[in-house]
Design a protein around this ligand. Sequence first.
Ligand code: S3P
Length: 417
Amino acid sequence: MGVKTVNKLDGYDKTIVCPPDKSVSVRAVILGAYAVGRTTVRNLSLCADVLSAVDCMRRLGADIKLDGTTAYFTGAPFHGAKLDCGNSATVARLLAGLLSGLNGVFELTGDESLLRRPMARVIEPLVAMGARIQHTDGKLPIKIIGSPLKGTEYTLPVPSAQVKSALILAGLNAVGRTRVVQPVAVRDHTERMLAAMGGDINVDGNAVEIGQCALRAVETEIPGDVSSAAYPICVALCTGGKCTVKNVGANPTRTGLFDVLKSIGADMIVENRRVGVEPLCDVTVRGGRALRPLVVDGRTVARVIDEIPALCALACFIDGISVIDGADELRVKECDRIKATVSALRSLGADITETEHGMIINGGKRLSFGTVDPCGDHRIAMAAAVAACAGNGADIIDAECVGVSYPNFFKEIIDVE
Ligand code: S3P
């Protein structure tokens, strides 16, 4: 396992093009492989999760050619297969939905972290639609015996875009209409992509309705990943530096980060907004201003869920008490991200305490050099690196886990080889 040594950074000043969005890339791979005809996807993320999706779709029978970050898909009827979803719950849950109504027997598994993650949240509503799924205590590995599905109405008990998407994709092959109601709006990349592919989909407020339909091939371009942009943005704010991130995805279901940064008084310019299937913008932040402690609660949490570890790192450098609440979903991510964030930042001397639904950070204290175990979780490793370059450095063990979403993170963002 690799250790990366991160040093304190001075005079941070970066302009980068945002790496492509992982969430949108996974959907493009799954739907590009499924649609009838030849789909072209530009600016595809080549992170490990997306490569897991590519591998699964090839095993199902799709022809996928990768030429740098451009991918060409020729859909073919899928056949039964054994699929390894790697570290990606998005791949496992979306495929569970899509495959449940197709002909064939499909076995899904994943790495050690994915085997611990809850699948019952998708299995139960899919079974209610008629799916036949054998599982291991509500977890992977699962075996799906493709069966006829019927449309359903389902209200999400947890704010999860993966569950919503699994049901929408099952609805593509279900008789009648499938309606999914979300108590809070979670990312809507699946809905946008299905609409662009001619799917019979309707969005009415927080309800999404889909009818049985085929999808047609598209040409599309993946936006930058706001979740990845959060790291250089937080480095600039913590170190009193500056950064510009271009081509950042500005889908309103994902931009809770901008709202939180505005609310604490960050010097941030969001400009060059472009509309499209997925909207884009460029973001510039300058550190040096005194920031107010941050509060993330039930109202914003779903729109900033993956950026919370990075925001906790930022909060370590803001005088006063910052609070993350209503973030229970963090406990079922790649690891328990509440515990892992607290433990990683404490290794660097931060004053951060776990609460039932989040954490409390008493910021503005000096951090010290420490060794961080990110628990194999990419976002914890990157958040710890943010804190280390504004604090007093760190050794981050198992640092290659960043490859799950951001393979070039260390070199591109903090100049660590
Ligand atoms: C994702 C949805 C979110 C998010 C994850 C990616 C997606 O998970 O945390 O990183 O691509 O749909 P949940 O659906 O579990 O909230």
